[in-house]
Design a protein around this ligand. Structure first.
Ligand SMILES: Cc1ncc(COP(=O)(O)O)c(C=O)c1O
Length: 400
């Protein structure tokens, strides 16, 4: 099941994509002197940067590519340690490994984002980057994270793949750290099927991210530019069709966020009004979150497991995505001495929180997230009411 943007695909996307098809220019590079060339990728980069409030953006082929390009821009290479929360999509971790870095997993707190209290204990002489992930649309505790980063002279890369449109203390996610990475895959707030975007206000980082995404070239090149390439890049380019679709979706971002917030508010208020003992909600670090999910937190794991089963869904700890305990490809890794770097249950506070948590869908309907029960972005008042009532009744029965 897709994310909120995919529910609202319509004429805007069709028009944008048709313009590209009529132009005949499919690549981000076209003849600048030909008025038929619509420059959709460059336009998307400009609009996205404006939206986030950064000077620059680089459109890439996906969120994983956006995280990789951001890491390379920040100088991550072999042996450099990057702090990443243990509750995140595997891409945050695999992107670090793919550029030669070493992911170091931190605990989460009851916002389900990186626990600032676990950052300093995980810092070593090799640590250079903190990568908070704005999980399920909830901003990480950026205030505390930025204070620690400044004190310990570390750089912050925001993994915003799940946080497009959210703000923290008035600032758009992606504009708080040195660089930010977004995804436009099918589960995200807005989508172009696949796609990603790097944002930064630092010209050097922009040029490095751009170079990594396009074989070492300088931004907006007009040809091969021999002699100007300063780093080894790969190809992560976005094409004109994808950018056109994304431009159509970007126009709907505020509408999507408005719908999510309104529906989440109704659903949450209804559930909260029932005053279920032993159940609360995850901590939301800023009310300007994306509102893609409503996460309930039980005091007790057994109750959470019973409720999840009765709802036909799973606790977050048992869900498929995002839980480090389920990432066998990461758990298999060892260091140079053959010592395991990661193992099951290495983050006991994270395990405890996730075993007490159930994600209820608001805009992202995905059993892989544990969000197999809830509503969607198009849910009517009656549907919200009936799902909230069903949830409350199910919990009351399970608690008894
Ligand atoms: C937190 C996080 N980081 C990175 C990614 C990778 O994005 P993509 O699937 O576009 O490569 C995702 C996508 O699901 C994500 O949720």
């Amino acid at each position: 099941m897709p994310g909120p943007g995919a529910f609202l695909v319509g004429d805007e996307e069709k028009r944008e994509v048709a313009e590209v098809m009529e132009s005949g220019y499919l690549s981000r590079y076209g003849r600048e002197d030909d008025s038929r060339f619509k420059r959709k990728v460059v336009t998307l980069e400009q609009r996205f940067a404006e939206r986030i409030g950064t000077k620059y953006a680089v459109a890439v082929n996906g969120g994983t590519g956006a995280v990789m390009a951001s890491l390379v821009a920040l100088g991550v290479g072999p042996g450099v340690e990057v702090l990443v929360p243990g509750y995140t999509y595997v891409a945050s971790i695999s992107a670090v490994l793919a550029v030669g870095g070493i992911p170091v997993l931190t605990e989460i707190d009851d916002s389900l984002t990186m626990d600032p209290a676990d950052i300093e204990p995980k810092i070593s002489a090799k640590t250079r980057i903190i990568m908070p992930v704005h999980m399920l649309g909830n901003p990480a505790d950026m205030e505390r994270i930025m204070i620690i980063a400044k004190k310990r002279k570390l750089l912050v890369l925001e993994d915003c793949c799940q946080g497009l449109g959210a703000r923290y203390k008035g600032q758009a996610l992606g504009s708080i750290g040195r660089i930010g990475a977004f995804s436009l895959n099918i589960n995200k707030t807005i989508t172009s099927g696949d796609g990603g975007i790097v944002v930064t206000s630092d010209k050097k980082l922009y040029e490095r991210a751009f170079a990594f995404h396009d074989q070492g070239h300088k931004p907006l090149r007009l040809g091969v530019e021999i002699g100007k390439r300063s780093l080894i890049g790969i190809s992560l380019r976005m094409n004109e069709l994808t950018a056109a679709f994304a431009l159509g979706q970007l126009k709907k971002l505020d509408r999507i966020l408005g719908l999510l917030k309104e529906k989440k508010k109704r659903f949450k208020e209804r559930v909260a009004a029932a005053g279920i003992p032993g159940m609360g909600f995850r901590k939301i670090n800023d009310l300007e979150e994306c509102a893609t999910l409503l996460t309930v937190l039980f005091e007790d794991k057994g109750t959470a497991a019973r409720v999840a089963k009765a709802l036909g869904t799973k606790t977050v700890s048992e869900s498929g995505w995002h839980v480090y305990n389920h990432m066998e490809q990461i758990l298999a890794l060892s260091d140079e001495q053959g010592k395991k770097r990661y193992w099951k249950h290495m983050l006991p506070r994270t395990d405890d929180i996730l075993a007490r948590a159930i994600n209820l869908s608001i805009g992202v309907v995905d059993p892989g997230l544990g969000a197999g029960f809830g509503i969607n972005i198009l849910a009517s008042e009656e549907e919200i009411e009936s799902q909230a009532e069903l949830f409350i009744k199910t919990v009351e029965t399970a608690v008894r």
